[in-house]
Design a protein around this ligand. Structure first.
Ligand SMILES: Nc1ncnc2c1ncn2[C@@H]1O[C@H](COP(=O)(O)OP(=O)(O)O)[C@@H](O)[C@H]1O
Ligand SMILES: [Mg+2]
Length: 165
C-alpha cells in the first residue's frame, strides 16, 4: 500500500505568477540554484507561453553570455557548465518514439540537466523523477502562470523551491 503510493507520488501543484519576463528570469535563477545532474524539467504549455524564455533564463544563470537559440529545428542544443551539461530540448517536431531514443537523451541524463519543451511528445520516455512546469498566459500581455508539479523525488524538492520562490 505504502509502496504503491510512493511509486505514484506527485506533489500538489504549486501555482506561481510571473508578472513580466524579468520575474520569469528571477524564478529561473532560483530553479537553477537547486539543479543537479540527472534532473529533468518538463516544460509544457502552448506556443508563446514562455517555455523557451524560461529555459533560456535557466541556462543564462550558468552562462550569462550565451545566446540560447530555440532548439525548434535542431531538437537539442547542449551547453557545458562547470557542474554539468545542460541539454535544452524541443520535441515539437519529433516524429516518433524511436526518434527520441536517437536523440541520446538516455545517455545524456546521468551527467546532464535536461530542460524539455513539448515533453508530452515523449511521454513514455519521461523519467519518474521530474519537475513539470505548465505555463499559460496570464491577465496581462506579459504575465504568465506557472503550475509546478513535482513527480518522484521532485515532490519533496518542490517544497524547498517554493520556500525560495
Ligand atoms: N512573463 C513572461 N515570461 C516569459 N516570456 C514572456 C513573458 N512576458 C512576455 N513574454 C514573451 O513571450 C514570448 C514567449 O516565447 P517563447 O519563450 O518562445 O515561448 P514558447 O517556447 O513557449 O513557445 C517571448 O516573446 C517573451 O518575450
Ligand atoms: Mg519554445
Amino acid at each position: 500500500m505504502i509502496a504503491a503510493m510512493a511509486d505514484s507520488r506527485a506533489s500538489k501543484p504549486l501555482t506561481l505568477v510571473f508578472e513580466d519576463e524579468a520575474a520569469t528570469a528571477r524564478f529561473a535563477r532560483k530553479l537553477a540554484a537547486v539543479l543537479t545532474k540527472g534532473d529533468v524539467i518538463a516544460l509544457t504549455g502552448g506556443l508563446g507561453s514562455g517555455k523557451t524564455a524560461l529555459a533560456r533564463a535557466v541556462i543564462r544563470s550558468f552562462l550569462p553570455d550565451e545566446e540560447v537559440p530555440s532548439p525548434t529545428f535542431t531538437l537539442v542544443q547542449s551547453y557545458d557548465t562547470p557542474h554539468f551539461a545542460i541539454w535544452h530540448v524541443d520535441l515539437y517536431r519529433l516524429s516518433s518514439a524511436r526518434d527520441v531514443r536517437e536523440l541520446g537523451l538516455d545517455d545524456a541524463l546521468d551527467a546532464s540537466v535536461l530542460l524539455i519543451e513539448w515533453p508530452e511528445r515523449a511521454a513514455a520516455w519521461l523519467p519518474a523523477d521530474r519537475l513539470e512546469i505548465r505555463l499559460s498566459f496570464g491577465k496581462t500581455a506579459t504575465a504568465r502562470k506557472a503550475e509546478l508539479t513535482g513527480h518522484g523525488n521532485w515532490a519533496g524538492r518542490l517544497a524547498a523551491l517554493e520556500a525560495s520562490a
